[in-house]
Design a protein around this ligand. Structure first.
Ligand SMILES: [Zn+2]
Length: 145
């Protein structure tokens, strides 16, 4: 009989100035559910964006930048669970080569189609897909936390 795979840590132990055990638990659990084995860094956002989090690819690793307030409070709650499912879904899209950004992040290429800022953020198909993933995986992730 095959044993159920256990949740592994995919986040390197880099010092960001404070500990985020619950955030790491959420990200690792989402990675487990989505089958992501790549290294994913979680870092505080450097710039003040009108967003709580965003994911980028750097070399062959991924970084999820998160609003520092959310990171410091290190809470497992429904909002954060959904947020990490959403961002990890973007990691998955990039891992699969379906989602790419140009060097200055002004253009996204998704499934071979270019999207500029002319298309509202929430209407971009990779955003629609990430939002759908939040609903699809929420219960499964929450149960494991
Ligand atoms: Zn998104």
């Amino acid at each position: 009989m095959k044993e159920k795979a256990s949740i592994v840590n995919i986040i390197p132990p880099i010092n960001i100035g404070f500990d985020i055990p619950n955030v790491k638990r959420m990200v690792n659990t989402v990675a487990h559910v989505l089958g992501i084995q790549n290294v994913v860094h979680v870092m505080p956002m450097k710039l003040n964006f009108d967003a709580n989090a965003y994911a980028v690819k750097q070399g062959c690793e991924y970084i999820i930048f998160v609003n520092e307030k959310i990171l410091r409070s290190d809470k497992i709650n429904n909002f954060n669970i959904r947020m990490f499912i959403h961002e990890m879904w973007h990691v998955k899209q990039m891992m699969e080569g379906r989602l790419k950004f140009n060097y200055d992040n002004t253009k996204a290429i998704y499934n071979g189609v270019e999207y500029t800022n002319l298309v509202a953020h929430e209407n971009r198909p990779f955003e629609v897909e990430a939002r759908r993933a939040e609903g699809v995986y929420f219960k499964q992730v929450k149960k494991l936390l």
